[in-house]
Design a protein around this ligand. Structure first.
Ligand code: ADP
Ligand code: MG
Length: 323
Protein backbone atom coordinates (compact mmCIF):
# COMPACT_ATOMS: atom_id res chain seq x y z
CA UNK A 1 0.00 0.00 0.00
CA UNK A 2 2.68 2.53 1.06
CA UNK A 3 6.17 2.31 -0.42
CA UNK A 4 8.92 4.51 0.96
CA UNK A 5 12.01 4.40 -1.23
CA UNK A 6 15.45 5.68 -0.31
CA UNK A 7 14.37 8.91 1.41
CA UNK A 8 17.07 11.43 2.24
CA UNK A 9 16.58 14.75 3.97
CA UNK A 10 19.15 17.49 4.51
CA UNK A 11 17.77 20.55 6.30
CA UNK A 12 21.13 22.28 5.78
CA UNK A 13 23.38 21.20 2.93
CA UNK A 14 26.52 20.95 5.01
CA UNK A 15 25.02 19.21 8.01
CA UNK A 16 24.57 15.48 8.54
CA UNK A 17 21.24 14.35 7.06
CA UNK A 18 18.10 14.15 9.21
CA UNK A 19 17.16 11.06 7.16
CA UNK A 20 19.50 8.84 5.17
CA UNK A 21 18.38 6.05 2.85
CA UNK A 22 15.07 5.30 4.57
CA UNK A 23 13.09 2.58 2.79
CA UNK A 24 10.22 0.36 3.89
CA UNK A 25 6.84 -0.86 2.73
CA UNK A 26 3.63 -0.89 4.70
CA UNK A 27 0.71 -3.18 3.78
CA UNK A 28 -2.99 -2.42 4.36
CA UNK A 29 -4.46 -2.81 7.84
CA UNK A 30 -1.12 -2.86 9.63
CA UNK A 31 0.26 -0.81 12.51
CA UNK A 32 3.88 0.26 12.17
CA UNK A 33 5.82 2.23 14.74
CA UNK A 34 8.88 4.40 14.29
CA UNK A 35 10.94 4.06 17.43
CA UNK A 36 14.03 6.07 18.26
CA UNK A 37 15.53 8.64 20.58
CA UNK A 38 14.91 12.38 20.39
CA UNK A 39 16.44 13.95 17.27
CA UNK A 40 16.73 10.66 15.37
CA UNK A 41 14.44 11.85 12.54
CA UNK A 42 11.02 10.43 13.51
CA UNK A 43 8.97 13.61 13.03
CA UNK A 44 10.83 14.42 9.82
CA UNK A 45 9.94 11.01 8.41
CA UNK A 46 6.26 11.38 9.33
CA UNK A 47 6.02 14.87 7.84
CA UNK A 48 7.65 13.78 4.59
CA UNK A 49 5.22 10.86 4.28
CA UNK A 50 2.34 13.28 4.93
CA UNK A 51 3.61 15.54 2.14
CA UNK A 52 4.31 18.41 4.57
CA UNK A 53 8.12 18.45 4.31
CA UNK A 54 10.04 18.21 1.03
CA UNK A 55 12.50 15.30 0.92
CA UNK A 56 15.96 16.03 -0.52
CA UNK A 57 15.63 12.84 -2.56
CA UNK A 58 13.67 9.61 -2.60
CA UNK A 59 10.14 8.58 -3.39
CA UNK A 60 6.87 7.79 -1.62
CA UNK A 61 4.17 5.80 -3.38
CA UNK A 62 0.63 5.31 -2.09
CA UNK A 63 -1.08 2.50 -3.99
CA UNK A 64 1.44 3.06 -6.75
CA UNK A 65 0.95 6.83 -7.05
CA UNK A 66 3.72 9.24 -6.04
CA UNK A 67 3.12 11.54 -3.05
CA UNK A 68 4.18 15.07 -3.93
CA UNK A 69 6.13 17.27 -1.52
CA UNK A 70 4.96 20.77 -0.52
CA UNK A 71 7.19 22.37 -3.17
CA UNK A 72 5.42 20.48 -5.93
CA UNK A 73 1.77 21.25 -5.09
CA UNK A 74 -0.37 24.28 -4.30
CA UNK A 75 -1.72 22.95 -0.99
CA UNK A 76 0.61 20.72 1.02
CA UNK A 77 -0.67 17.33 2.12
CA UNK A 78 -2.60 14.44 0.63
CA UNK A 79 -6.29 13.48 0.82
CA UNK A 80 -5.59 9.87 1.72
CA UNK A 81 -2.94 10.52 4.38
CA UNK A 82 -3.89 12.24 7.62
CA UNK A 83 -1.59 13.22 10.46
CA UNK A 84 -2.55 13.89 14.09
CA UNK A 85 -0.24 16.41 15.72
CA UNK A 86 0.46 16.79 19.40
CA UNK A 87 -1.41 20.11 19.64
CA UNK A 88 -4.53 18.48 18.03
CA UNK A 89 -5.54 21.65 16.06
CA UNK A 90 -9.19 21.66 17.23
CA UNK A 91 -11.78 24.42 17.53
CA UNK A 92 -11.93 24.87 21.31
CA UNK A 93 -15.13 26.92 21.45
CA UNK A 94 -17.04 24.29 19.49
CA UNK A 95 -18.50 20.99 20.70
CA UNK A 96 -17.12 17.56 19.98
CA UNK A 97 -19.90 16.94 17.44
CA UNK A 98 -19.31 20.29 15.73
CA UNK A 99 -15.60 19.62 15.48
CA UNK A 100 -16.14 16.23 13.87
CA UNK A 101 -18.92 17.48 11.56
CA UNK A 102 -16.48 20.08 10.28
CA UNK A 103 -14.57 17.25 8.63
CA UNK A 104 -17.80 15.80 7.17
CA UNK A 105 -19.12 18.91 5.40
CA UNK A 106 -18.76 17.36 1.96
CA UNK A 107 -21.28 14.62 2.72
CA UNK A 108 -25.07 14.54 2.50
CA UNK A 109 -26.90 14.86 5.78
CA UNK A 110 -28.00 11.24 6.19
CA UNK A 111 -24.55 9.86 5.59
CA UNK A 112 -22.98 12.58 7.75
CA UNK A 113 -25.18 11.59 10.73
CA UNK A 114 -24.37 7.95 10.26
CA UNK A 115 -20.64 8.62 9.91
CA UNK A 116 -20.63 10.92 12.96
CA UNK A 117 -22.13 8.16 15.09
CA UNK A 118 -19.60 5.65 13.85
CA UNK A 119 -16.73 8.02 14.62
CA UNK A 120 -18.08 8.81 18.10
CA UNK A 121 -18.27 5.08 18.76
CA UNK A 122 -14.85 4.13 17.34
CA UNK A 123 -13.15 6.97 19.21
CA UNK A 124 -14.96 6.34 22.52
CA UNK A 125 -16.57 9.80 22.46
CA UNK A 126 -20.30 9.10 22.68
CA UNK A 127 -20.67 10.41 26.22
CA UNK A 128 -18.82 13.66 25.37
CA UNK A 129 -20.52 14.54 22.09
CA UNK A 130 -22.26 17.68 23.36
CA UNK A 131 -19.32 18.97 25.40
CA UNK A 132 -17.08 21.83 24.34
CA UNK A 133 -13.53 20.89 23.41
CA UNK A 134 -12.07 23.24 26.02
CA UNK A 135 -13.86 21.19 28.71
CA UNK A 136 -12.14 17.94 27.73
CA UNK A 137 -9.00 16.26 29.08
CA UNK A 138 -5.91 15.89 26.91
CA UNK A 139 -6.73 12.28 26.08
CA UNK A 140 -10.32 13.17 25.11
CA UNK A 141 -9.15 16.05 22.90
CA UNK A 142 -6.77 13.70 21.19
CA UNK A 143 -9.65 11.31 20.47
CA UNK A 144 -11.59 14.16 18.82
CA UNK A 145 -8.52 14.95 16.71
CA UNK A 146 -8.32 11.29 15.68
CA UNK A 147 -12.05 11.21 14.83
CA UNK A 148 -11.54 14.23 12.58
CA UNK A 149 -8.46 12.73 10.97
CA UNK A 150 -10.20 9.46 10.10
CA UNK A 151 -13.54 11.08 9.17
CA UNK A 152 -12.95 10.59 5.44
CA UNK A 153 -11.46 7.12 5.82
CA UNK A 154 -7.89 7.93 4.84
CA UNK A 155 -5.66 5.07 3.67
CA UNK A 156 -3.02 6.05 6.18
CA UNK A 157 -3.17 7.68 9.61
CA UNK A 158 0.06 9.12 11.00
CA UNK A 159 0.49 9.98 14.68
CA UNK A 160 3.46 11.78 16.20
CA UNK A 161 4.10 10.71 19.82
CA UNK A 162 0.40 10.01 20.53
CA UNK A 163 1.09 8.34 23.87
CA UNK A 164 3.16 11.05 25.51
CA UNK A 165 1.29 13.11 28.11
CA UNK A 166 -1.46 10.51 28.57
CA UNK A 167 -2.28 8.72 31.83
CA UNK A 168 -2.43 4.92 31.91
CA UNK A 169 -6.18 4.73 31.26
CA UNK A 170 -6.06 7.14 28.34
CA UNK A 171 -3.15 5.17 26.87
CA UNK A 172 -5.17 1.99 27.05
CA UNK A 173 -8.17 3.68 25.33
CA UNK A 174 -5.88 4.98 22.62
CA UNK A 175 -4.48 1.51 21.98
CA UNK A 176 -8.04 0.17 21.60
CA UNK A 177 -8.94 2.97 19.19
CA UNK A 178 -5.90 2.42 17.00
CA UNK A 179 -6.61 -1.32 16.84
CA UNK A 180 -10.27 -0.61 15.98
CA UNK A 181 -9.32 1.72 13.15
CA UNK A 182 -7.09 -0.91 11.58
CA UNK A 183 -9.56 -3.77 12.13
CA UNK A 184 -12.67 -1.98 10.89
CA UNK A 185 -11.30 -0.09 7.89
CA UNK A 186 -8.73 -0.57 5.15
CA UNK A 187 -6.49 1.98 6.85
CA UNK A 188 -2.99 1.52 8.17
CA UNK A 189 -1.36 3.48 10.98
CA UNK A 190 2.19 4.66 11.53
CA UNK A 191 2.87 6.06 14.99
CA UNK A 192 6.03 7.56 16.40
CA UNK A 193 7.10 6.83 19.93
CA UNK A 194 10.02 6.72 22.30
CA UNK A 195 8.12 4.48 24.77
CA UNK A 196 9.29 0.85 24.43
CA UNK A 197 6.18 -0.66 26.01
CA UNK A 198 3.80 1.13 23.65
CA UNK A 199 5.67 0.06 20.53
CA UNK A 200 5.93 -3.54 21.78
CA UNK A 201 2.22 -3.77 22.62
CA UNK A 202 0.79 -2.20 19.50
CA UNK A 203 3.09 -2.65 16.52
CA UNK A 204 2.82 -5.22 13.77
CA UNK A 205 6.28 -4.00 12.85
CA UNK A 206 8.76 -1.72 14.58
CA UNK A 207 11.13 0.47 12.56
CA UNK A 208 14.13 1.39 14.69
CA UNK A 209 15.56 4.73 13.67
CA UNK A 210 18.99 5.94 14.78
CA UNK A 211 20.58 9.14 13.46
CA UNK A 212 18.24 9.20 10.46
CA UNK A 213 18.79 5.58 9.42
CA UNK A 214 16.53 2.57 9.89
CA UNK A 215 18.95 0.25 11.64
CA UNK A 216 16.51 -2.62 12.22
CA UNK A 217 12.91 -3.47 11.48
CA UNK A 218 10.83 -6.44 12.45
CA UNK A 219 8.09 -7.81 14.64
CA UNK A 220 8.39 -6.87 18.35
CA UNK A 221 9.63 -10.26 19.55
CA UNK A 222 12.39 -10.47 16.96
CA UNK A 223 13.65 -6.99 17.79
CA UNK A 224 13.50 -7.69 21.52
CA UNK A 225 15.24 -11.07 21.36
CA UNK A 226 17.57 -10.51 18.40
CA UNK A 227 18.61 -6.87 18.45
CA UNK A 228 21.25 -5.91 15.88
CA UNK A 229 23.33 -3.92 18.32
CA UNK A 230 23.77 -3.02 21.97
CA UNK A 231 22.24 0.39 21.31
CA UNK A 232 19.05 -1.22 19.96
CA UNK A 233 18.99 -3.78 22.78
CA UNK A 234 19.23 -0.94 25.33
CA UNK A 235 16.19 0.84 23.90
CA UNK A 236 13.95 -1.86 25.43
CA UNK A 237 15.54 -2.62 28.82
CA UNK A 238 18.80 -2.20 30.68
CA UNK A 239 21.39 -4.66 29.37
CA UNK A 240 23.64 -6.42 31.85
CA UNK A 241 27.11 -7.44 30.79
CA UNK A 242 28.79 -10.40 32.45
CA UNK A 243 32.37 -11.49 32.03
CA UNK A 244 32.67 -15.00 33.44
CA UNK A 245 35.90 -16.93 33.07
CA UNK A 246 36.88 -14.59 30.25
CA UNK A 247 33.60 -15.06 28.29
CA UNK A 248 31.38 -12.03 27.80
CA UNK A 249 27.61 -12.35 27.66
CA UNK A 250 24.78 -9.82 27.56
CA UNK A 251 21.47 -10.31 29.32
CA UNK A 252 18.14 -8.65 29.83
CA UNK A 253 17.20 -8.37 33.53
CA UNK A 254 14.53 -11.08 33.32
CA UNK A 255 17.06 -13.69 32.18
CA UNK A 256 18.96 -13.43 35.46
CA UNK A 257 17.82 -15.65 38.32
CA UNK A 258 19.13 -15.33 41.83
CA UNK A 259 18.80 -17.83 44.66
CA UNK A 260 20.34 -18.70 47.98
CA UNK A 261 21.15 -22.07 46.50
CA UNK A 262 24.60 -23.37 45.81
CA UNK A 263 24.48 -24.85 42.34
CA UNK A 264 24.72 -21.90 40.02
CA UNK A 265 27.33 -20.08 38.02
CA UNK A 266 28.16 -17.04 40.04
CA UNK A 267 28.58 -16.16 43.68
CA UNK A 268 27.98 -12.67 44.94
CA UNK A 269 27.18 -10.41 47.85
CA UNK A 270 24.44 -7.77 47.94
CA UNK A 271 25.88 -4.33 48.69
CA UNK A 272 22.85 -2.16 47.96
CA UNK A 273 19.34 -2.07 46.47
CA UNK A 274 16.84 0.22 44.73
CA UNK A 275 13.20 -0.53 45.55
CA UNK A 276 10.83 -0.22 42.55
CA UNK A 277 7.63 -1.77 43.94
CA UNK A 278 7.22 -4.59 41.42
CA UNK A 279 10.81 -5.62 42.12
CA UNK A 280 14.06 -4.30 43.52
CA UNK A 281 17.34 -3.87 41.72
CA UNK A 282 20.21 -5.33 43.70
CA UNK A 283 23.78 -4.10 43.46
CA UNK A 284 25.87 -7.20 43.76
CA UNK A 285 29.62 -7.74 43.89
CA UNK A 286 30.54 -11.03 42.23
CA UNK A 287 33.79 -12.94 42.59
CA UNK A 288 34.45 -13.91 38.96
CA UNK A 289 36.06 -11.80 37.77
CA UNK A 290 37.13 -10.47 41.13
CA UNK A 291 34.93 -7.66 42.43
CA UNK A 292 32.77 -7.10 39.32
CA UNK A 293 29.72 -4.98 40.20
CA UNK A 294 26.48 -6.12 38.60
CA UNK A 295 22.90 -4.94 38.91
CA UNK A 296 20.26 -7.66 38.99
CA UNK A 297 16.51 -7.71 39.62
CA UNK A 298 14.97 -9.46 42.61
CA UNK A 299 11.32 -10.01 41.67
CA UNK A 300 10.32 -11.31 45.10
CA UNK A 301 11.88 -8.38 46.97
CA UNK A 302 13.58 -11.06 49.01
CA UNK A 303 17.19 -10.05 49.49
CA UNK A 304 18.89 -7.40 51.58
CA UNK A 305 22.30 -5.88 52.05
CA UNK A 306 25.10 -8.34 52.92
CA UNK A 307 23.13 -11.42 51.75
CA UNK A 308 25.25 -13.96 49.90
CA UNK A 309 23.52 -15.09 46.70
CA UNK A 310 24.01 -17.26 43.65
CA UNK A 311 23.22 -16.02 40.17
CA UNK A 312 22.24 -18.09 37.17
CA UNK A 313 22.17 -16.73 33.66
CA UNK A 314 19.66 -17.95 31.08
CA UNK A 315 18.93 -16.86 27.48
CA UNK A 316 21.83 -14.55 26.68
CA UNK A 317 21.32 -12.03 23.89
CA UNK A 318 23.07 -13.00 20.64
CA UNK A 319 26.79 -12.27 20.82
CA UNK A 320 26.81 -10.42 17.48
CA UNK A 321 25.42 -7.35 19.25
CA UNK A 322 28.89 -6.83 20.70
CA UNK A 323 30.38 -4.36 18.22
P1 ADP B 1 12.67 13.39 16.29
O1 ADP B 1 11.25 13.61 15.91
O2 ADP B 1 13.11 11.98 16.20
O3 ADP B 1 12.99 13.98 17.63
P2 ADP B 1 13.25 15.30 14.15
O4 ADP B 1 12.77 14.68 12.90
O5 ADP B 1 12.40 16.35 14.77
O6 ADP B 1 13.60 14.15 15.22
O7 ADP B 1 14.69 15.93 13.89
C1 ADP B 1 15.74 15.22 13.26
C2 ADP B 1 16.92 16.15 13.05
O8 ADP B 1 16.58 17.17 12.12
C3 ADP B 1 17.37 16.86 14.31
O9 ADP B 1 18.77 16.98 14.28
C4 ADP B 1 16.71 18.21 14.19
O10 ADP B 1 17.46 19.19 14.86
C5 ADP B 1 16.72 18.46 12.70
N1 ADP B 1 15.58 19.29 12.27
C6 ADP B 1 14.27 18.99 12.44
N2 ADP B 1 13.48 19.94 11.90
C7 ADP B 1 14.31 20.89 11.38
C8 ADP B 1 14.12 22.12 10.69
N3 ADP B 1 12.88 22.57 10.40
N4 ADP B 1 15.22 22.81 10.31
C9 ADP B 1 16.46 22.34 10.57
N5 ADP B 1 16.73 21.19 11.22
C10 ADP B 1 15.67 20.46 11.62
MG1 MG C 1 9.66 14.36 17.00
Amino acid sequence: MLEVKNLNKYYQETETPALAGVSFSLPSQKIFSVFGSSGSGKTTLLKIIAGLVQPSSGEILLDGTGIKGPEDVLVAGHEEIKIVFQDFQLKHMMTVTENINYALLAYEEDYRKHRLNTLLEVCLLEEYKTQYVHQLSGGQKQRVAIARAIANEPRLLLMDEPFSNLDLKAKSSLRDIIKNIVDQTESSVIFVSHDPEEVMMLSDQILIIEAGKITQSGIPSSIYNFPNSISIAEMFSPILKFVISGETSYHRPESIKITKNDYFDLKGQVIGSDYLGKYQLLKVIVNDPIDQLIICPDYQNEYKINDLIKISLTNPLPTFIDE
